[in-house]
Write a protein of this length. Structure first.
Length: 431
């Protein structure tokens, strides 16, 4: 692939992921405003839990989206799945910014919000995994870690952008205006990012699937013959969503409460951490190409396991330098874990079911564990006064991921090659 073509491919893969995570981080930061506008109650903790419940609903729909978009990607093409998913997440995001609240339409407000979150979750379920498969299949074998690292880079870039927009809105508008109408601005602003994503993906070269390789039902084939690789992918990603949404989302209100710092400072600390993990995802993939992708992923998740408690202890000090060090610990662990893991996941499945299997396995883990992690953390703090609950939840997820990557036979004996790499080159493939 020519350098210019590869640059377009990397941009298209990263931008869609940025849109996906931009939406989810903005919703998470504004959960308090949603609690008041869409889930009014006399118990503020119950309202916040209900708001996070709507967040979890969107996440739980991700496995369903993995099946739907996996089927599109494996039967029609990777490009088609990428183009549809970027639109399907963008439209509900814009509608959330425009929709009336509970005070205007009553019970319909939370109902419509949950429906829109479900649509977002459906599209997100196929977005990240489709981009991984597209990027890996377009790259040379010895560069797959580096190229695959652009998927998490885009995802955390979206988290960073969502944090920046939330930071600017909160600073410029103030709490009173944010509570009134300011919370709508980040959602409406997503239309600009969507325009870039749509244009980038229209410019992609059409991926033409060999008719002999297309299955009548990739979903049925994946669940019948490849459920073990899907389970291996899901277990390996136990920590993925937990760290993303607890370590780089829930940590902001947690720092405000536990360290007594301002929301502005907490957001600034988080922006630093997100910037670093975005860059380190690509660096982790690059290092993985040199020293072994699975080896670097295991190192990254080990850093998360051992570093989560010290990281949140540093967050709790209220000292800016110490808090930045805490964010860097999580960034190094997550970047080195996810960067090379993107390419490794694709090697577990054959081309005919790759998008379906990867999308479902990944989305199942991130949807369930990532979606429920903020609620679990809030519950542990509210009911058992466990101030370090975020660190505990991250450590549990990292432990499961580390055990899987070290002991599961499909990971332990992974060669790092796509199945088709080992096939002889035929005339049709050469063409």
């Amino acid at each position: 692939m020519r350098p210019a073509s590869m640059q377009r491919t990397l941009l298209a893969g990263a931008v869609g992921n940025a849109i996906e995570f931009y939406d989810f981080i903005v919703y998470a930061y504004l959960a308090g405003y949603f609690a008041a506008q869409f889930f009014p109650t006399h118990d503020p903790v119950a309202a916040l839990l209900a708001s996070y419940g709507a967040f979890a609903t969107g996440m739980i729909m991700r496995p369903v989206g993995g099946i739907v978009f996996g089927n599109i990607g494996d039967r029609i093409g990777r490009k088609a799945a990428l183009q549809i998913s970027v639109l399907l997440i963008a439209i509900p995001t814009l509608l959330i910014g425009l929709m009336p609240t509970y005070a205007v339409i009553g019970l319909w407000a939370p109902v419509l919000l949950i429906i829109l979150r479900m649509l977002q979750g459906l599209s997100v379920g196929g977005e990240y995994s489709s981009s991984i498969v597209f990027l890996i299949e377009q790259s040379p074998q010895n560069r797959r870690g580096f190229v695959g690292g652009f998927s998490p880079m885009g995802a955390f870039g979206g988290l960073l952008l969502g944090t920046v927009v939330s930071f600017l809105c909160t600073t410029a508008l103030g709490k009173a205006v944010m509570a009134d109408w300011g919370w709508r601005v980040p959602f409406i602003a997503s239309i600009f990012l969507t325009g870039i994503g749509v244009a980038a993906r229209r410019a992609l070269a059409q991926d033409i699937l060999n008719k002999d390789e297309v299955l009548k039902s990739p979903v049925r084939e994946a669940f019948r013959r490849y459920w073990q690789p899907m389970a291996a992918i899901a277990l390996a990603n136990t920590a993925t969503g937990i760290v993303s949404f607890v370590g780089f989302m829930y940590c902001v209100p947690w720092m405000v409460k536990e360290a007594g710092v301002s929301t502005t400072l907490a957001l600034a600390i988080n922006m630093f951490g997100l910037l670093m993990v975005s860059l380190l995802s690509v660096a982790g993939g690059l290092v993985g190409d040199r020293f072994g992708r699975l080896r670097i992923s295991r190192l990254g998740v080990l850093i998360l396991l051992l570093g989560a408690w010290p990281a949140f202890s540093l967050f709790r000090t209220g000292d800016v330098i110490a808090m930045m060090a805490g964010g860097l610990i999580l960034a190094i662990g997550q970047g080195f874990f996810l960067g090379p893991l993107s390419a490794s996941m694709a090697t577990l499945l054959p081309k005919q079911v790759r998008v379906t299997g990867l999308s479902f396995g990944y989305s199942l883990a991130v949807g369930i564990f990532g979606g429920l992690a903020p609620m679990l953390t809030e519950f542990l703090i509210a009911r058992f006064s466990l101030a370090m609950a975020p660190a505990i939840v991250i450590m549990l997820g990292a432990l499961v991921s580390l055990i899987t990557l070290c002991l599961h036979p499909l990971w332990r004996h992974n060669t790092g090659h796509l199945p088709e790499d080992d096939l002889p080159v035929t005339a049709s493939h050469a063409a």
